[in-house]
Design a protein. Sequence first.
Length: 464
Amino acid sequence: MSERELQTSRGERLSYGIFFFGQNLLWSFAGLVSTFLLDIGLDAKFASAVLLGPKIWDAVNDTLFGYIVDKTEFRDGRKFIPWIRLGTSLIGASTVFMFAINGGIGNQWVKIAWFLIAYIIFDCAYTMLDAPMYALPTVMTTNIKERTGLISSNRFGGIMGGLVGTLLIPVIRPKLGWFVSAVAICLVSTLFMLPILFLGKERTVREQSWEEYGLRQMFGYIGKNRYLTISLLLIFIVGVCSIETTLSLLMARNCLGDESLATLVTAVTSLPMIFTSLLIPKLSRKFDKRSLLIFGMITALIGSIGCYLSGYGSIVMFFIPTVIRGIGYSFFMVISYMLIADSVEYGTYKTGVRASGISFSLQTFTAKLKNAVIGSVALFALGLFGYDSSIGETAVQSGRVADGIWTVFNLLPAIGYAAALVLLVFFYKLRDQDVEIMARFNSGEISREEAESQLENRFGKAGR
């Protein structure tokens, strides 16, 4: 193929970014399922166990799906787009099915069974489209800078989709109810997700064969790729502690006195993220991604502590550290997922196998697992603070519950940012220049000896 044939078109780049707008618009609604379970009358502690249960299946299907993607090639030679099409066709329908549970159903076990069936279908559909979408840039172009641009566009599109969702949902949900809101959100999100299914092209061929690899070798690859493990752990720790979206409605309802104020709080948090996410690709040309991420985590930590100390007596005083936290968190949102792509190059360098499907499916698994744990942690904490789901969604909880929500809403994220700093400073040693050298070796531009010499043997021998 010529260099010209390997370049993505403007339509592809645009459709790739707006896919994540639609996906995260839908996900921002699905992420409120813990509040939905409370509103249909499930006990808080009971609901926390119900949310965590499906993750037993999730732990199996995500890793197996990554293996299947790496081993499967469709008749037309494509590896990812057919899966994305199937997942997109199922994700909206399963979301609507999940939020169709009627709170008037008297039998708790009927509600639980309905939810578990719907959530498992939703979970499988999300896996089918999410992991292949993140891996798609690796076959759209061989140009590393172009891949980085595509990854940046998916983060920006995702942030915008999440922002629109979190601003819109608190306004429309009380008026339309859970079911009608789910139908509306799913229809709109699907419109944004469709274009890439027709415009996206897979141009490159895999350089390594997985024919001789089985599940044992797959887990061996994961064990050898330490930076994939660190990146996933980083995403999980920060993600599971970032409880703001999950508790946004309950925080606004009980601490600020008005559920619709969740929209204002989200806007103050998210608007800085838009500008920062646009700035990060430019900063990445001058500064190493690891350094930028460390700066972001320090900023977010300071903002989270400031939010807690400001109290919920004055919403104006709360906004200032909220903006600071939003700026820091945007560094995490954009850069942390770039680390997965870097770990693919590292894994290829170490093992000789390019396991994009497994790597990105583990990212999907981590994202879904941390969201399930977020819901369970939030609901369990509410139960400890005495949250009473039997009094209805419009009733005001006690002052003790409000204080508990405020503490979890602000200090739990601070713990996550502090843990991320420890990981980045003491354990994550991969630099941008290292990844570039590995990518040149992986593509055959330089020899094994040249790569090991330039890397000064800091990462061991190449796995060819």
